[in-house]
Write a protein that binds this ligand. Structure first.
Ligand code: ATP
Ligand code: MG
Length: 285
């Protein structure tokens, strides 16, 4: 394939089954820290609460979220917070410094703001999440772990995604694509220089994801970012396994969104052809 748009090679080919990932949603270190609330944690929480950069609207975190950040700091994954990158419906994304002063992105799911009912629709029917029950906190926790697992799965299949670094409760640390002062842009925000090549890369990533047993489920020009000519697939929280009862509908929708975007870029793309491509294994091994 082409180097343009930074197509990466798959590093690992493994078969998948329904059992491929077990997600543990039992009590976390962060929950214990939040319960114990010792002096160090209280001081940390106060510092974080007073941090101007974290003050984005509607971002009042609960104690367990502060505890998750505290644990990530203690474990060396985060050393300092930068500003917000994005405030979405369900999650905020921040820039931060990680280990060895590497810039990282931190995605914090807001337990209270999350559309819990919608999350359940994606989790129910996903064999990895059997037996989560009705607990809202556990659902968000499972969701965050799912995004981490999906990122790992996608990367192993040769899909360019942000490298997952750590997950703690509802907080996910990953590679920051681009730099704090030169941020990656959504495909929706840029003029695509070579739409044909970009389309071929997206199409191939969709196929690799599918071959690895995953359907993105929210793929569009808003969840594809670009930096230095490299296309990166993001936001895999809702991605489901191909065995999910709604996987077919999700894939249809992804194909329609992607086809519609590239048609607006001047290509002639049929969603049905894209679907055919994605679900047909690559003949060259
Ligand atoms: N690893 C990353 N590197 C650089 N930018 C990122 C990264 N992850 C997320 N972003 C930025 O943050 C935005 C929101 O991230 P994401 O799509 O994962 O969250 P979301 O919950 O879907 O938010 P929204 O509801 O706004 O779509 C992205 O559109 C992108 O601009
Ligand atoms: Mg998004």
């Amino acid at each position: 394939m082409t180097d343009e748009f930074g197509m990466v090679d798959p590093t690992e080919a493994e078969s998948f089954g329904d059992e491929w990932e077990e997600i543990d949603v039992s009590d976390t270190d962060a929950d214990r820290i939040a319960r114990q609330r010792d002096r160090d944690f209280d001081e940390f929480r106060k510092r974080i609460k007073d941090n101007e950069r974290l003050k984005v609207e509607q971002s009042v975190f609960d104690d367990a979220t502060y505890a998750a950040i505290y644990k990530l700091v203690q474990d060396g994954y985060v050393s300092a917070f930068g500003g917000p990158v994005s405030t979405g419906k369900e999650a905020n994304v921040y820039e931060a410094l990680g280990a060895d002063d590497r810039e990282v992105a931190i995605k914090i799911y807001r337990i209270n703001a999350s559309d819990f009912r919608q999350m359940r629709e994606y989790l129910e029917g996903d064999p990895r999440f059997r037996g989560i029950g009705n607990d809202k906190g556990k659902t968000v926790l499972a969701w965050t772990k799912k995004e981490f697992a999906n990122l790992e799965r996608a990367a192993a299949a040769g899909v360019r995604v942000p490298e997952p670094i750590a997950v703690q409760r509802n907080v996910l640390v990953m590679e920051l694509v681009g730099q704090a002062d030169d941020r990656a842009r959504r495909l929706a925000e840029v003029t695509v220089e070579n739409p044909q090549t970009a389309y071929e890369v997206v199409r191939e990533y969709m196929r690799r994801l599918y071959s690895a047993g995953l359907v993105h489920g929210d793929l569009s020009e808003y969840n594809l970012i670009i930096h230095d000519g490299e296309l990166v697939v993001i936001d895999l929280g809702q991605a489901v396994t191909v065995h999910h009862p709604n996987a077919g509908d999700f894939l249809d929708r992804d194909c329609e969104n992607v086809a519609s975007f590239f048609n607006r870029q001047g290509l002639t793309v049929e969603a049905s052809n894209l679907h055919e491509f994605v679900t047909t294994a690559d003949p060259t091994p």
